[in-house]
Design a binder for this molecule. Structure first.
Ligand code: HEM
Ligand code: CU
Length: 502
C-alpha cells in the first residue's frame, strides 16, 4: 500500500471512547427498535396503548435513532481520522458522557413527564405541552437535546481545529489548496479527512441553529409573553434536524473508504473529482433543509425552489463518487468478503437506494400529496436502517476483527441476511402504506391501513433479533489492548487475519 501520509497509533483511551460510543449506540438501537415495533403493533390494532404514550414513544424513537446514528457515525469517523490527525481522546469521552446524560434526560422527559412533541419539537409546541403536562417534560427534553448538541459541538471544534492545524486551514481539509492551484499535489488529504471536514462545517452550523431555537423555546416556556417568529423557528429547527440527521451518513461513510481500501489493499485517493463532489455536497447539505417548508406558503418561492432543486443534487455528488470509487476499489482486487467489507458494501447501496424515493418526495408537486404520508418514513428508514445503521454494524465487526482477533461465524452471515431481507420488508410496508395514503405520525389507523402495519411489525421483529445477535457478538469479543501501531501493521494484521479465516 502506498504510504502518503504519516499515521499515528490509535491509543487505548481512543479505543475506549470508540467502544463506548458503539456500546451506547447498539443499546439505544435495540431499545428504539423495540419501541418501533410497539408503534406498529399499536397502529395495526394488535395492541392498544394510549395516544399520549404512542407520541412519547414516537418522540423518543425519532430522536433516539438520530442520536444513535450520530454516536455510531462519530465512533467510525474518530477511529479512522485520528490516524491522520492527532485528536485528544478526552474530547471523545466528553462527548460520550454529555450524550449519555442527554439521552437519560430525554427518556425522563418522555416517560416520567409525558413529553410527546416529536423529535422535531416544533415551536411553539413545547410551550403548549408545558401548559398541558407541566414544564418539566419540555425542560428535560430541550435541555437533554442541548447536552447532546454541546457534546458534539465540542467534538467538532476539536476535529476542525486539528485539521486546520495540520493542513494549513480548515478548507484545505476539503482540498481547497489543491483545487485552487495553491498546491501541486496530485491528491487531496485522505478521504477520512475530507469527509470529516465536511461534517465539521455542516454539523457545527446545524448545532448552532438548534441551540438557538432550543433556547428560544425555553425562554418562551419560562415567560410565555415573550414570543418568537414561528416561521423563523421552523427554519432553525429544520436547519438543525435535517443537517444533523443527514450528517450521520457522512460520518459513517468514512468506514466505507477506509475498510474497503484496506481490504482491497488499494488506497482510496482523493482526486479532484472526489474533492469537488465533497465541496458541492457540503454546500448543498447546508441549503436544502427548506424542503421541509414546501407546505409553508409564507416562505418565499425562491427559497422553496432552492430546497427543491438542490435536494435533487444534494447527496448525489458524494454518492456517485463513493459508489463509483467503491466499485473501482473492489474491481479485480481479489478483496476478501467478510462481515465488515460485505456489510459496508451493502450499506452503500442501502444509502443510494433510499435516496431515490427521497428525491421523489422532494419534488414540490409530489410533496404536497406524499409528505405527510408514511412514504416519508419509508424512504428515510431505507437509508438510515440499510445505510447508516449497517455501516455502524459493519464497523463493529471490523473493530473486533482488527482489535480483537474475532472470526466471522456462519451465524453472523445468517443474521446479516435476516436483517437485510426483513428491513426491506419493513420499509416496503412503509412505502406501501404511503401509497395507500396512510398518514405518518398517527397513533390510530383505519382498518384498511392495518395490514401494512402488521406486516411491518412482524418484519421488524426479525430485524430486532438480528440486531441483538450482532450486538451480543460485539460485546462478547470486544478488546482494547491489542496494539496495532501503524496503519501498515494493521493492514498487515488484517490481511493475515483474513487469510487465516479463509
Ligand atoms: C426495527 C426497526 C424500526 C422500526 C420497527 C421502526 C418503526 C417506526 C415507526 C412505526 C415510526 C412512526 C411512523 C409513523 O409516522 O407512523 C418510525 C419513525 C421514525 N423512525 Fe423508525 N423504525 C425502525 C428503525 C429505525 C432506524 C434504524 C432509524 C434511524 C437510524 C429510525 C428513525 C426514525 C425516525 C427519525 C422516525 C420519525 C419520527 C417522527 O416522525 O417524529 N427508525 N419508526
Ligand atoms: Cu430534509
Amino acid at each position: 500500500m502506498a504510504k502518503t501520509e504519516t499515521t499515528y497509533p490509535i491509543s487505548r483511551a481512543t479505543k475506549k471512547g470508540v467502544v463506548g460510543h458503539l456500546a451506547v449506540a447498539a443499546t439505544v438501537l435495540i431499545l428504539m427498535m423495540a419501541f418501533g415495533i410497539i408503534m406498529l403493533f399499536n397502529q395495526g390494532g394488535l395492541i392498544t396503548i394510549s395516544p399520549d404514550l404512542f407520541y412519547s414513544i414516537m418522540t423518543v424513537h425519532g430522536i433516539g435513532m438520530v442520536g444513535m446514528a450520530s454516536l455510531g457515525g462519530a465512533a467510525i469517523m474518530w477511529y479512522f481520522l485520528c490516524k491522520y490527525v492527532p485528536l485528544n481522546p478526552k474530547v471523545l469521552m466528553t462527548n460520550l458522557v454529555l450524550s449519555v446524560i442527554g439521552i437519560a434526560m430525554i427518556l425522563i422527559a418522555a416517560f416520567v413527564f409525558k413529553f410527546s412533541d416529536a423529535w422535531t419539537f416544533l415551536y411553539p409546541l413545547p410551550s403548549v405541552s408545558a401548559k398541558q403536562h407541566g414544564m418539566a417534560g419540555a425542560m428535560f427534553f430541550l435541555n437533554g437535546v442541548l447536552f447532546v448538541g454541546v457534546g458534539f459541538l465540542i467534538m467538532y471544534l476539536e476535529i476542525g481545529r486539528k485539521i486546520a492545524k495540520q493542513y494549513g486551514g480548515l478548507m484545505n481539509g476539503l482540498g481547497w489548496d489543491m483545487l485552487f492551484g495553491k498546491s501541486d499535489k496530485h491528491y487531496g488529504p485522505p478521504a477520512a479527512v475530507v469527509a470529516s471536514t465536511m461534517v465539521v462545517i455542516c454539523n457545527s452550523t446545524a448545532i448552532l441553529a438548534g441551540a438557538t431555537v432550543i433556547i428560544m423555546s425555553i425562554i418562551n416556556i419560562l415567560n410565555p409573553s415573550i414570543v418568537f417568529d414561528a416561521l423563523l423557528a421552523k427554519h432553525l429547527t429544520y436547519a438543525f434536524g435535517h443537517i444533523f440527521a443527514n450528517a450521520t451518513i457522512y460520518m459513517a461513510v468514512v468506514g466505507v473508504y477506509e475498510i474497503l481500501a484496506k481490504y482491497a489493499d488499494r488506497p482510496w485517493k482523493a482526486n479532484k473529482v472526489f474533492l469537488i463532489a465533497w465541496n458541492f455536497s457540503t454546500l448543498f447539505t447546508l441549503m436544502i433543509y427548506t424542503h421541509h417548508l414546501l407546505m409553508d406558503f409564507a416562505v418565499p418561492k425562491w427559497m422553496l425552489l432552492i430546497g427543491q432543486i438542490f435536494s435533487y443534487a444534494n447527496g448525489l455528488p458524494v454518492m456517485v463518487v463513493t459508489a463509483y470509487g467503491a466499485l473501482m476499489i473492489v474491481y479485480r482486487s481479489g478483496l476478501r468478503w467478510d462481515m465488515a467489507s460485505g456489510l459496508m458494501f451493502l450499506a452503500m447501496f442501502g444509502w443510494v437506494g433510499g435516496a431515490v424515493p427521497a428525491i421523489i418526495d422532494a419534488t414540490i408537486v409530489v410533496n404536497h400529496v406524499m409528505h405527510n404520508t408514511k412514504w416519508v418514513p419509508g424512504h428515510f428508514h431505507i437509508y438510515m436502517g440499510l445505510g447508516v445503521t449497517i455501516m455502524i454494524i459493519a464497523f463493529m465487526y471490523y473493530y473486533n476483527k482488527v482489535e480483537g482477533n474475532r472470526r466471522d461465524h456462519s451465524w453472523d452471515r445468517i443474521s446479516a441476511a435476516f436483517y437485510t431481507v426483513f428491513f426491506l420488508g419493513l420499509t416496503g410496508s412503509f412505502l406501501y402504506a404511503g401509497k395507500i395514503s396512510a398518514p405518518r405520525r398517527w397513533a390510530v389507523h383505519l382498518p384498511e391501513w392495518m395490514l401494512s402495519d402488521i406486516v411491518g411489525g412482524i418484519s421488524a421483529c426479525f430485524v430486532l433479533a438480528a440486531t441483538i445477535s450482532f450486538t451480543l457478538r460485539f460485546f462478547a469479543n470486544v478488546k482494547y489492548t491489542r496494539t496495532a501501531n501503524t496503519t501498515e501493521e494493521m493492514v498487515h494484521d488484517t490481511t493475515s487475519l483474513m487469510k487465516k479465516s479463509s
